[in-house]
Design a protein around this ligand. Structure first.
Ligand code: ADP
Length: 248
């Protein structure tokens, strides 16, 4: 176990960081690792995945980002999932499982990866188990625990610049002038799936279909860790995750 987990820590310039980046692959016998960031919409999975990806040097695989990219391209997958994303309901397991399977086959995922927003249903979790077993990859689940009221404040307060894409929050990260982008002066908008009725759908999908996976992970004896991510700044939450990984 320890052999898996120490691989996650990237201390600049240390022998471990060389292993993580693959500069020392030939002499690195450790199995690659799948880090599953688990939590409600608004728990900070995306932010933490990006920070971890940069530090650890393994890719972030976000099913939400992948699906939005297909919608943006207007291809067959995009057309099939667009309505679900708009409504805040889950995309069919077969579609998401196929996207992840394809993504895991890419060479940059061979040394491990961070899963953000996957798995979200029992069928996805079972599929992930199979995909990882075939590839000999070990799984560690990190549950970002956030109070319900904090989640609501984060999601309803989110604003985005339609021009440059910068994200703001009316409470935790307000623009200098209310409603206006600091960078280009454009009027900020509420993203389609951050509208109140859609937020309700996303949270319901999480409660009904995703949260129960915690029991599944426990039953299966997965490595599951909880991190309190309600009140700390993203950098502090990141330090907690890093410390947790270091201790393994
Ligand atoms: P959030 O976690 O804040 O809801 P995401 O970007 O992870 O945001 O997901 C946005 C939307 O993409 C979801 O509401 C859902 O429609 C779809 N989606 C993302 N990941 C999955 C998944 N693993 N299974 C089914 N649908 C998904």
């Amino acid at each position: 176990m320890a052999s898996h987990k120490s691989e996650l820590v990237n201390t600049e310039g240390s022998p471990e960081s060389a292993d993580i980046r693959g500069e020392n692959q030939a002499s690195n016998p450790k199995a690659p690792l799948a880090l599953v960031l688990f939590g409600s919409p608004g728990s900070g999975k995306g932010t933490q995945s990006k920070l971890l990806s940069r530090t650890v040097g393994i890719p972030q695989i976000s099913t939400g980002d992948m699906l939005r990219e297909h919608v943006r391209k207007g291809n067959a997958v995009g057309t099939a999932v667009e309505a679900k994303l708009k409504a805040g309901t889950l995309v069919r397991d077969e579609v998401v499982n196929a996207l992840v399977d394809e993504r895991l086959a890419q060479t940059d995922a061979a040394r491990g990866f961070i899963l953000d927003g996957y798995p979200r249903t029992r069928a996805q979790a079972e599929m992930l188990c199979r995909m990882l077993a075939v590839r000999g990859i070990h799984e560690v689940v990190i549950h970002l625990v956030v109070d319900y009221n904090v989640i609501i404040a984060r999601l309803t307060g989110r604003r985005q610049c339609p021009v440059c894409g910068t994200l703001y929050n009316v409470i935790s990260k307000p623009p200098k002038v209310p409603g206006v982008c600091d960078l280009d002066g454009a009027d900020l908008v509420v993203r389609d799936d951050d509208r109140e009725e859609v937020i309700r759908e996303r949270l319901e999908a999480y409660e009904n279909q995703t949260r129960p996976l915690l029991d599944y992970f426990r039953e299966k004896g997965k490595d599951l860790y909880e991190i309190d991510a309600s009140h700390d700044a993203p950098e502090q939450v990141f330090r907690k995750i890093e410390a947790l990984i270091r201790k393994q």
